[in-house]
Design a protein around this ligand. Structure first.
Ligand code: C2E
Ligand code: CA
Length: 392
């Protein structure tokens, strides 16, 4: 599908017309280097095969970024190629040093993430979600990805999700890993705490996971594989809620509807994540099989001070209720926000004010604290604050 031309001696030009981003060119270069670096047998004078090794050096120039004219592009690629050669050959280089750096870092991160998934070195943190009624009962947890590093750092999703989302295969592997990890974790909790009430676990799905058809089947398969056959294949999906962003609906509403319906048939619930930040076409709320809305923390942040935000949240809650959906407010940090949300009639809350996301081994202690009512300081503070807040 691409053009390969020999332009003289041992020099070839490859023209890639379908690349979406810088790293695509690097990936092709990497494949070329790998392919050409395999020894191949050339019959020698005595008839025996002697291995021959090639060390290709590749220079990359990008249109329109580096140059607009074909001759200029070739000249820059040639310069980059000599740099690659200067570094010992069997490698590739971009014309621009900054781009080189960036792409190298990206490709390295991708490879490390792939390893981390394969070697089970990612972890899930769990952030509690509480019902906004007397006593703030615990409803469940949202599972949030973390990537512990060798130096003790723990990378948040923002540091690696954008890279994962560039690769269909990587985002798929990541999604599959999360489903498996949740199944294993719930099993452990069930074994250790048979007395716990049923708690939901929410799992974020990336919009990219909807790009390929059959998401529901892939999810079911990931759950069934992790559950290892000793429960009916669909059972582990009970008590699971999938969170999806509005962009999924906008891209391909019919497909989204079909996939979400399938997920629901498997026993899962569906929530719209970061509600209000995307396209917020209210029409899809009516048609799509959705159980909950999660109001984005951008609206919660100034709720007690900003009348516009209060109006938006209150309208969203009202609308959701009329359509038979419930509402969770994200990013609840203080008593004023909690009081305002209670006045508005929001159903559930999640946020640092109640608890930060915590590693799985702290969840047991948290559930005990809740049972003793030790999570209620924010609720009591909200009660006191409530008198001081007027929400329209
Ligand atoms: P999100 O789905 O909106 O998740 C909530 C984020 O808000 C989490 O960030 C959480 O730590 C943070 N948060 C919760 N309460 C508060 C609060 O009171 N104040 C503030 N300032 N922040 C709060 P985190 O864990 O860094 O996750 C960021 C995003 O990464 C998530 O946003 C989600 O879109 C994505 N993500 C996380 N885990 C997964 C996963 O397993 N799969 C996929 N596809 N995406 C994930
Ligand atoms: Ca979420």
């Amino acid at each position: 599908s691409d053009i390969v031309a020999r332009i003289g001696g041992d020099e070839f030009v490859v023209a890639l017309t379908g690349i979406q981003e810088e790293a695509d060119a690097a990936r092709v270069a990497l494949q070329l280097v790998e392919g050409l670096s395999q020894p191949f047998a050339v019959p020698g004078r005595q008839g025996e095969a002697a291995p021959v090794y090639l060390t290709p050096s590749i220079g990359i120039a990008l249109f329109p970024r580096d140059a607009h004219q074909p001759t200029e592009l070739l000249r820059l690629a040639d310069i980059a190629m000599y740099h690659a050669k200067g570094e010992g050959g069997a490698g590739w280089r971009f014309y621009t040093p900054a781009m080189n750096e960036r792409v190298l870092r990206r490709i390295e991160l991708e490879a490390r993430l792939r390893d981390a998934i394969a070697q089970d070195r990612l972890v899930l943190y769990y952030q509690p979600i509480h019902a906004l009624t007397e006593g703030l009962p615990l409803l469940g947890f949202e599972a949030l990805l973390r990537w512990p590093q060798a130096d003790g750092d723990i990378l948040p999703p923002a540091a690696f999700m954008p890279v994962a989302e560039q690769s269909a295969e990587l985002i798929e592997a990541l999604g599959r890993w999360v489903c498996g990890a949740v199944v294993h974790q719930r099993r452990r909790w069930q074994a250790q705490h048979p007395d716990w009430p049923p708690l939901t676990v929410s799992i974020d799905l990336s919009a990219r996971q909807f790009d390929r058809e059959g998401l529901a089947e892939r999810v079911r398969d990931a759950f069934a594989t992790a559950a290892d056959g000793d429960t009916p294949a669909t059972l582990p999906l009970l008590g699971i809620e999938f969170e999806i962003t509005e962009s999924v609906m906008v891209r391909d509403p019919l497909r989204a509807e079909a996939e979400l319906s399938r997920l629901r048939e498997l026993g899962a619930h569906i929530a719209i994540d970061d509600f209000g930040t995307g396209y917020s076409s209210l029409a899809y709320l009516k048609h799509l099989p959705i159980d909950r809305l999660k109001i984005d923390r951008a609206f919660v942040h100034d709720l007690a001070r900003d009348a516009d935000d209060a109006a938006i949240v209150s309208a969203a809650v009202e609308l959701a209720h009329r359509l038979g959906r419930s509402v969770v407010a994200e990013g609840v940090e203080d008593a004023q926000q909690l009081a305002a949300l209670h006045t508005i009639g929001c159903d559930a809350v999640q946020g640092f004010g109640l608890a930060r996301p915590m590693p799985a081994h702290q969840v047991g202690a948290y559930v005990q604290r809740v049972a003793r009512g030790e999570h209620l300081s924010l609720w009591h503070a909200a009660r006191q604050a409530a008198g001081a807040i007027a929400v329209t």
